[in-house]
Design a protein around this ligand. Structure first.
Ligand code: 4NP
Length: 152
């Protein structure tokens, strides 16, 4: 059976999307689902997640320290079934690489799962304090519960 493939996307692929990847992985059966993440920017390609994302994940028993940054490419539309973006600028940048309606239909703002149609951003915690990472963790955990319910 082919696995369902899910991609989380943010800007740097070091704060929000690796956290979303780690959280969703713990909720889904690895035999049935592949979860990955990428960033629309290229500054952190090859880098591990931000240490504050690693720390908040660890607090909830999730290890994301092995993940490495990579940049989103148009090929991801072929490789993935569902693409969840963290904010409206990620949405714009990802949709700019879509080639057809089938590609565009794969893309969802992740907090639309909790606040349908409201286009709420997952705030970028990069320039803030540790509490921002905790808040982002909670939002992503809630959204990943919805993904799990919808998908399985
Ligand atoms: P992320 O956060 O998109 O959640 O990974 C960011 C991390 C780094 C940068 C921007 C956003 N940066 O500009 O380096």
């Amino acid at each position: 059976m082919n696995k369902t493939k899910i991609l989380m996307v943010c800007l740097g692929n070091i704060c929000r999307s690796p956290l979303a990847e780690g959280i969703l992985r713990t909720k889904l059966d690895a035999n049935q689902y592949t979860v990955d993440s990428s960033g629309t920017g290229n500054w952190h390609v090859g880098n591990p997640p931000d240490k504050r994302s690693i720390a908040v994940a660890k607090k909830y028993d999730i290890d994301i320290s092995d993940l490495r940054g990579r940049q989103f490419t148009s090929r991801d539309f072929t490789d993935f079934d569902h693409i969840y973006v963290m904010d409206s600028s990620n949405l714009e940048n990802v949709l700019a690489l879509a080639q057809d309606q089938e590609d565009r239909n794969k893309v969802t703002m992740i907090l639309d799962l909790i606040f349908p149609g409201e286009r709420v951003d997952v705030p970028d915690p990069y320039y803030g304090g540790d509490d921002g990472f905790e808040r982002v963790y909670k939002m992503l955990d809630e959204a990943c519960d919805v993904i799990t319910q919808q998908i399985s």
